[in-house]
Design a protein around this ligand. Structure first.
Ligand SMILES: C[S@@+](CC[C@H](N)C(=O)[O-])C[C@H]1O[C@@H](n2cnc3c(N)ncnc32)[C@H](O)[C@@H]1O
Length: 193
């Protein structure tokens, strides 16, 4: 009986520590992430986005705010692409680094993505926060090569027309996924200012 009790306390203590680590790392990153919390995209939604955006082996996919790096791992497994993920939340960064260990073609960087050079990206993925989307549209218009594709989970790029809007899965995972071509964003850059 005391064995069960110890087990319960150890489990509860472990869960409490994980929760506290999430709270502290979120509080630490929040001023820089401007409202974007560490929340992972459901695998079902990532699979739908990858289905809609075919890539070739060796293409570069960039996840702006990569969380635990799952988008890059799934894309690599499906298409053999290279991945770069930017992440400022220490807990998410550590998790992504651990989970991507042994995959040299995925590079997880603890850096602010606003200074990232996206010119080599074939696909840019983001799941951010409405407040930053207009600025993001300007950055994408400035950085991306004409053949690139942007996948934005939940929040659109204001002022731009998506090529596709996906609503995959059942009611729990039904938020929109917006897909844009860089040509469309570049062609209309200035629409947000
Ligand atoms: C909603 S999560 C999405 C995680 C992952 N892309 C996914 O779909 O599973 C957004 C992440 O972006 C990160 N983030 C927000 N602004 C950032 C910035 N300027 N530089 C680097 N990471 C940022 C946050 O820390 C957070 O973990």
């Amino acid at each position: 009986m005391t064995g069960w009790l110890w087990g319960f306390f150890i489990l509860a203590g472990g869960l409490f520590c994980v929760k506290m680590a999430y709270v502290f790392s979120t509080a630490l990153a929040l001023p820089a992430t401007e409202g974007a919390l560490y929340v992972s995209t459901a695998r079902l939604r990532i699979a739908a986005a990858l289905e809609a955006v075919p890539m070739a082996p060796g293409d570069l996919m960039v996840d702006l705010g990569c969380g635990d790096g799952r988008v890059l791992r799934l894309a690599r497994r499906r298409y053999g692409v290279r991945g770069v993920g930017y992440e400022l939340n220490p807990l998410a960064f550590l998790k992504a680094r651990l989970l991507c260990m042994g995959r040299p073609d995925i590079d997880i960087r603890m850096r602010n993505f606003w200074s990232a050079d996206l010119s080599g990206a074939r696909v840019v993925f983001c799941y951010l926060f409405p407040d930053v989307m207009a600025r993001m549209a300007d950055k994408l218009a400035a950085d991306l090569a004409p053949g690139a594709t942007v996948v934005s989970c939940n929040f659109p790029l204001p002022g731009f027309r998506p090529e596709q809007v996906l609503r995959p899965g059942g009611s729990r995972h039904n938020d929109p996924i917006y897909i844009y071509t860089a040509a469309e964003i570049k062609g209309n850059s200035g629409a947000t200012t």
